[in-house]
Ligand binder design. Structure first.
Ligand SMILES: Cc1cc2nc3c(=O)[nH]c(=O)nc-3n(C[C@H](O)[C@H](O)[C@H](O)COP(=O)(O)OP(=O)(O)OC[C@H]3O[C@@H](n4cnc5c(N)ncnc54)[C@H](O)[C@@H]3O)c2cc1C
Length: 482
């Protein structure tokens, strides 16, 4: 058995946004820091490398952000998408942190740009990373290396040694790595297909729905430490079937398909299942507040398959997916190309078209184009599907990240039987379930990871060192907590 001879101050497990935020903050506070990333260098950065933006509170226009997005509105948005399954104190802490973290991010080499045009109405609420999440993670790694953070790739931790609720060591096979404090930021369990199967079980048709999910991001978030911590009695929060789940192109790869496999025209047309039946209001709300429920909706359909149908009027109004859709000059031809029963499909579209009320179409507001007398209704952006060419995109569920995690409070300390560990902290997807019981609003994953990664890093440094070298970081996160 190998043991590290010099006792580290802070061990960070994971190599995504939450982990690097924690590592940088702990190092800036004066701690010695080691990052253990399961992935090889080429694939470092977890799901964070796939991201584009973070949701930010602001009271007035700020560089790339337009107008204002006050704390209360951000909170109300979260309350709405989670249906109240959120912890207000934790949510407000993350929201407040989001108002001032960008200067710190810039200091570490992150650049921002105005929002991209497309279907997501985000210029007011979300700051986009120039070069996307890959560039953000590269900037953080560069900065961490410059500051003297040690980084080890291909280092998947398989268990934690915990005594009386206190972190003692992390194990990678026969290697034992001790540290005075630890931050676990190793993501959810979305890449673990067996665990997904166990959580989702079989449906009434005898299908195993999760066998048809694609994992939109990294293959390395296997939930190994989540499982280990649960087995060691850590307090948890969240339902294992709840997740951020998007309807993606059914041709997407099993892992790492990323953003370009998302199909964003749902709110501009109708969605039918493999029996050519509609099953949900496609125009319920703005796409950023709804796109993350469509994976789950499709998961509950037979065969975990659905088809997003649009006509020529929708073209140019959404971010085109990487794969072209099926194209046809008539609706029967489209049904055939999609493998749907032609009569059932034509009836569904005719019923929908007849129910559309004439209104003023405006995709930028919750407009008055809606259906009447149709089940399920389409409450906004309902326009007849009547203008050739017609397009169909076959969809399947794309899981982004799971919500089961550690139940923590503002300190992010892992709890055992309600008692906070003094030296073990959790950040990012590992504890996102405290804010996200269900639902999602675009950009809040990075808000949570940045806020609690930074807090966890400072608290871990503080736990590890008797004399903190740099108090600035502590003041900064304490300021957010008030
Ligand atoms: C395609 C896609 C697009 C997205 N777009 C956005 C967006 O624009 N805005 C937004 O807010 N959110 C977005 N998200 C969600 C966002 O990625 C997550 O909320 C966020 O990245 C979580 O950060 P994290 O650090 O907790 O996890 P990750 O970034 O997933 O990091 C987890 C890390 O832990 C490592 N790891 C796992 N197990 C172990 C182990 N046993 N030992 C050591 N290391 C381990 C992994 O290799 C990985 O590096 C997107 C996700 C995907 C998949």
């Amino acid at each position: 058995m190998v043991t590290f001879s010099v006792m580290l101050d802070v061990l960070i497990i994971g190599g995504g946004n939450a982990a690097l935020c924690a590592a940088l903050m702990a190092r800036e506070a004066g701690a010695s820091v080691l990052v253990l990333e399961a992935a090889p260098k080429l694939w470092r950065g977890g799901n964070s490398a796939h991201t584009r933006n973070l949701r930010c509170m602001h009271d007035a226009p700020q560089d790339v952000l337009t107008e204002a997005y006050p704390e209360e509105e951000f909170w109300q948005d979260l309350l709405k998408v989670t249906g109240g399954q959120t912890n207000e104190q934790m949510a407000r802490l993350a929201i407040r942190e989001s108002s001032h973290c960008r200067d710190w991010m810039r200091k570490h080499g992150v650049h921002f740009q105005p929002s991209l045009s497309g279907t997501l109405h985000l210029s007011r609420t979300n700051a986009f990373f120039m070069g996307g999440g890959k560039a953000l993670m590269n900037a953080y790694y560069r900065s961490a290396e410059k500051l003297g953070v040690q980084i080890r790739y291909e280092s998947p931790v398989d268990r934690l040694e915990i005594e009386n609720g206190q972190f003692v060591a992390a194990h990678i096979g026969k290697e034992r790595i001790t540290a005075k404090a630890c931050v676990v930021a190793s993501g959810g369990f979305e890449s673990n297909r067996e665990w997904l199967r166990e959580a989702w079980g079989q449906n009434e048709l005898g299908e195993w729905p999760s066998d048809n999910f694609a994992i939109r991001g990294t293959r390395f978030n296997m939930g190994v430490l989540l499982k280990d911590l649960i087995a060691q009695g850590a307090d948890t929060i969240g339902d294992p079937t709840q997740s951020h789940s998007v309807a993606i192109d059914a041709r997407a790869p099993l892992y790492d398909g990323g953003i370009c496999t998302r199909v964003d025209c749902v709110s501009l047309g109708v969605v039918v299942n493999k029996n050519a039946q509609r099953f949900y209001d496609e125009g319920e709300d703005f796409w950023p507040k709804r796109y993350a429920i469509w994976g789950r909706l499709v998961a509950h359909q037979p065969g975990q398959i659905a088809h997003s149908i649009i006509d020529a009027k929708a073209v140019g109004r959404f971010m085109p997916p990487v794969f072209p859709g099926e194209k046809a000059d008539s609706l029967p031809e489209l049904a055939q190309k999609l493998g749907l029963d032609v009569d059932a499909f034509i009836k569904t579209i005719n019923d929908y078209n007849a129910a559309c009320q004439v209104g003023t179409f405006d995709h930028a507001v919750l407009d008055d184009c809606h259906t009447e007398g149709l089940q399920p209704a389409k409450t906004h952006w309902a326009r007849p599907i009547d203008t050739a060419p017609f397009y169909g995109y076959t969809l399947k569920p794309g899981i982004t990240f799971t919500y089961l995690g550690m139940k923590v409070g503002e300190s992010t300390a892992v709890r055992f039987g309600g008692v906070e560990s003094t030296n073990l902290f959790a950040a990012g997807e590992m504890m996102a379930g405290n804010v996200l019981g269900k639902g999602y609003t675009a950009g809040v994953g990075m808000t949570i990871g940045t806020a609690f990664g930074r807090i966890a890093g400072v608290n871990a440094a503080s736990a590890a060192m008797k004399n903190i070298v740099n108090l600035e970081n502590i003041k900064e996160v304490q300021h957010a907590a008030t």
